[in-house]
Design a protein around this ligand. Structure first.
Ligand SMILES: [Zn+2]
Length: 291
């Protein structure tokens, strides 16, 4: 899928492919790497930061993290692992219901580079399916485990409609370290438009209030990745799933499947047989209006 095709317009904004490409060619700042279709950081002219949390949800940490983020009214993006989502679906629903975005970090967290396209697509699809089963909402953002990727990974993600998200600030917080060290590493590196990589580690949890306090003091706003994408100088509109959890996402049998059962034939499982009824679809694009 090409760059222009990734603009999920949802009836909100329609931009022709030619116009997009013309703007990209002429634009002096490279905030979104077109060659690789990866978001590295957001708009450097805006005092906003996207906090991203990888590898969860781990209940013992994620619950408290959500409490802390809620106290600061800070929205963030969780790159979840599908197998963990299956174990903790309620936690993923809570993330969405509290205004956070849930994004795809594969099903089993393998290193995807070097894998064949079918296997890569399966990893992404299974994670998406787990999120969908838990929440009734789809994922539209993807971060490869360990940020290991090659062309096949990127093309597979694009072909499934994902925007791949890198980061430009990290604290190596997947390993134990003093929380003030994590906070210091983040705070020293954050600039307007930063995408911050964090993990569900106890030390990170302890560092989070320090990070949020300081950044808020400096005037930063906390945005989801889709909000950040929508506020690039060359905006990329992505359908968000923040606020997207659907309370009664229950599988509904397709009439054809019921009939098949009635006449004693095995029901054919199709995608449609498990699509929940969606009462109120979430807004297509979630872009804040402040500067
Ligand atoms: Zn990871």
């Amino acid at each position: 899928m090409g760059y222009a095709a990734m603009l999920v317009v949802g009836g909100v904004v329609a931009v022709s492919a030619q116009r997009v490409l013309a703007r990209l060619d002429s634009h002096p700042k490279k905030t979104y790497a077109l060659r690789d279709d990866i978001l590295i950081h957001g708009n450097e002219d805006l005092k906003e930061v996207a906090l991203t949390f990888d590898d969860g949800p781990r209940p013992e940490i994620a619950r408290e993290m959500l409490n802390v983020l809620g106290r600061y009214r800070a929205r963030s993006t969780f790159f979840v692992v599908g197998s963990m989502v299956e174990q903790h679906p309620k936690l993923v629903r809570r993330m969405m219901n509290e205004g956070h975005e849930v994004a795809n970090h594969s099903y089993s967290h393998p290193r995807l580079h070097g894998m064949d396209e079918y296997a890569i697509r399966a990893e992404l699809a299974r994670c998406d399916r787990a999120v969908f089963d838990a929440t009734g909402a789809r994922t539209n953002l993807f971060r490869p485990p360990g940020m290991r990727y090659d062309d096949t990974v990127l093309r597979a993600a694009q072909s499934l409609g994902y925007v791949t998200v890198h980061w430009n600030v990290a604290a190596q917080d997947f390993k134990p370290q003093p929380s003030d060290q994590i906070a210091r590493k983040v705070l020293e590196a954050v600039k307007p438009g930063s995408v911050v990589l964090l993990h569900g580690h106890p030390d990170t949890l302890a560092a989070l209030p320090m990070i949020l306090d300081k950044l808020r003091e400096k005037g930063y706003r906390f945005v989801t990745v889709s909000q950040m994408l929508g506020r690039l100088e060359r905006p990329v509109y992505v359908k968000t799933n923040a606020y997207g959890a659907i309370p009664e996402a229950k599988p509904v049998a397709k009439p054809a499947a019921r009939i098949a059962r009635k006449v004693g034939k095995p029901a054919v499982r199709t995608e449609e047989t498990t699509v929940p009824a969606i009462a109120a679809p979430p807004a297509a694009v979630d872009v804040p209006s402040w500067n």
